[in-house]
Write a protein that binds this ligand. Structure first.
Ligand code: J2J
Length: 536
């Protein structure tokens, strides 16, 4: 049975096909085309290894053949958690060839996140890394099997995965799913208690990749640095590594955006294109003056994922010697780019405009009415690569989609006469910690399970480097409760480190709104005043 997703209505689907956006082809075509056009060209550089397109094709065939022999079939799902290594992409293509839809968990994800994903997709296979703390022994795999009893195949990177990548596959025949079906699941930045999954079809994702690669002007000469988590929608698709593969270019792997290691990779491999989040740009700007000569090949630095200040934006071309491109995207779909030939003020002061002529944008007030042009309002969007519903989440979907299928991203934006957007605020209960999203409710729910916690609210506090950090405001029923107790408690539950509150503030009570909900706006103001006083 094919994987459930909320389809686009027939008239829009017909339009997207007529426009040539949807090709009804699987994403395995990306690799097949390069194997035809330039089999020996480098596709991925990872440490001392260079994999050609033919090699990526061969290894992904081998892995797919092994997984097929283990019983995996089209329309099954898999849970994948790999660090930034070549095998991430090889595994992705292997699963596409089988028609198996993965969730690519971030390497920072821990027990809670992986269990939540497994519960939702019921994976038949797990492909993970023994370098991750959870997979040093079998305990956690058994826990995963408790929530996903069909999980039969486990492949751990280390010797195991390598062996399957190298063992020659005989007579392997790919069985990708059809273009209109779910290719994989993207991760939502969330706003709810459980991390939500976004079914992405071949048709919609492949279009977003082709359009991004075209808009960004990628070519076979492109050398792209993958330094943010490889599975994140930005690093994968805007234009991302997959966009680079479409153009026949080469992806250079970095384990993380730490500047000195990245500068060395840029110099060594002639990297010209790098996506970063704002805090990483700040670190690069700090480190760059002594290393300018190593950055000579850098042509474009993309910045996205969180608010980027105009002041920092203006420094990028001067101090890094490259163009800046701002990207405002979301794993749910819509991606906005400043164009490479936009005048510099526009690049410094906006987050770009939609990549597709068929992206529909509405900027709305609280009654759902369009605001006057240039005024702030809630962003609602639909289009040829914007999803129509979270996976198996009808109640939440009813809240974030309107009757016409517009998705409310929770961002507050201003749109100018040319359609360019500025992100000026947010209505969703998410903390954006330098591009890493934390759904407040997820952490609040975990903390509420602690016996000494009566009430809790997680709110953003301003931070110079990260933009925002998180503060847990806690009403405790035990005066001896310490921040370290709660931090230890959350660690023991197993959540990604970036979700651990940066601060804990104990309070006698939390302010409430007129209807009795926790008044986070007031909490943020109180905290900000307290922090200002403390630093004054
Ligand atoms: C302010 N906020 C931004 C920006 C995203 C490309 C780039 C980023 C993402 C991403 C992505 C922002 N300025 N330039 O998927 O393909 C905030 C918004 C948005 C949320 C989405 C891509 N760029 N944001 O960050 O799914 O609040 O995707 O709704 O992780 O990040 O987060 P995510």
């Amino acid at each position: 049975m094919s994987i459930a997703f909320s389809p686009w209505p027939a008239d829009l689907a017909a339009h997207y096909r007529a426009q040539g956006h949807w090709l009804d082809r699987p994403m395995t075509d990306i690799l097949a085309q390069q194997v035809q056009a330039r089999p020996d060209a480098p596709a991925i550089i990872c440490g001392e290894r260079t994999l050609s397109y033919a090699e990526v094709d061969r290894q992904s065939d081998n892995l797919a053949a092994y997984l097929h022999a283990s019983g995996l079939r089209a329309h099954d799902t898999a849970l994948v958690q790999l660090p930034n290594i070549a095998e991430f992409y090889v595994t992705f293509f292997a699963l596409m060839k089988l028609g198996v839809a993965p969730v690519n968990a971030l390497f920072s994800h821990q027990r809670q996140e992986l269990l939540a994903y497994a519960r939702q997709i019921q994976p038949k296979a797990l492909i993970a890394s023994s370098r991750h703390g959870l997979f040093g022994n079998d305990n956690f795999v058994n826990e995963l099997r408790d929530v996903a009893p069909g999980l039969a195949t486990v492949v751990l990177d280390g010797a195991d995965l390598q062996q399957h990548l190298q063992a020659a596959a005989r007579d392997f025949v790919a069985t990708p799913t059809e273009g209109g079906q779910v290719a994989f699941f993207q991760l939502s930045g969330g706003s709810t208690g459980t991390p939500k999954l976004i079914p992405r079809t071949h048709n919609d994702y492949y279009y977003s990749l082709r359009r991004s690669a075209e808009l960004c002007g990628l070519t076979p000469a492109t050398r792209f640095l993958s330094a943010l988590p490889a599975g994140h929608n930005y690093t994968l698709s805007s234009p991302g590594a997959l966009g680079v593969f479409i153009a026949g270019g080469c992806v250079v792997m970095a384990s993380d955006p730490e500047p000195l290691n990245c500068f060395a990779l840029i110099e060594r491999h002639g990297v010209d294109w790098v996506p970063l989040v704002p805090p990483a740009v700040a670190l690069w700007l700090r480190a760059a003056p002594e290393h300018r000569q190593r950055l000579k090949t850098l042509a474009v630095l993309q910045v996205g994922g969180a608010n980027f200040s105009e002041a920092l934006a203006r420094r990028v071309p001067q101090e890094l010697g490259c163009k800046l491109q701002q990207v405002f995207g979301m794993a749910e779909g819509l991606v906005n780019y400043t164009r490479l030939d936009d005048d510099s003020d526009r690049v410094f002061t906006t987050q770009g405009c939609p990549m597709s002529g068929d992206d529909e944008i509405r900027v709305l007030d609280e009654e759902g009415q369009p605001v006057p042009q240039g005024e702030p309002g809630m962003l609602a969007t639909r289009g040829p690569y914007t999803f129509r519903g979270y996976y198996l989440a009808p109640e939440h979907n009813a809240q974030v989609f309107d009757a016409e299928g517009f998705y409310y991203s929770g961002d507050v934006v201003q749109q100018d006469a040319d359609g360019y957007l500025k992100v000026v605020g947010r209505v969703k209960d998410v903390i954006n910690r330098g591009g890493e999203k934390i759904a407040a409710e997820e952490i609040e729910n975990l903390l509420l399970h602690h016996q000494a916690v009566t009430h809790v609210a997680l709110v953003a506090i301003p931070d110079e480097l990260m933009g925002e950090k998180s503060c847990a405001c806690v009403v405790a029923n035990d005066a001896s409760l310490k921040p370290s107790d709660l931090r230890k408690y959350l660690r023991a539950q197993g959540v990604a480190d970036y979700k651990l509150p940066d601060r804990f503030q104990f309070m006698a009570e939390l302010p409430l709104t007129a209807v009795g909900k926790i008044n986070k706006k007031q909490l943020r103001e109180t905290l900000r005043a307290a922090l200002d006083n403390a630093s004054a």
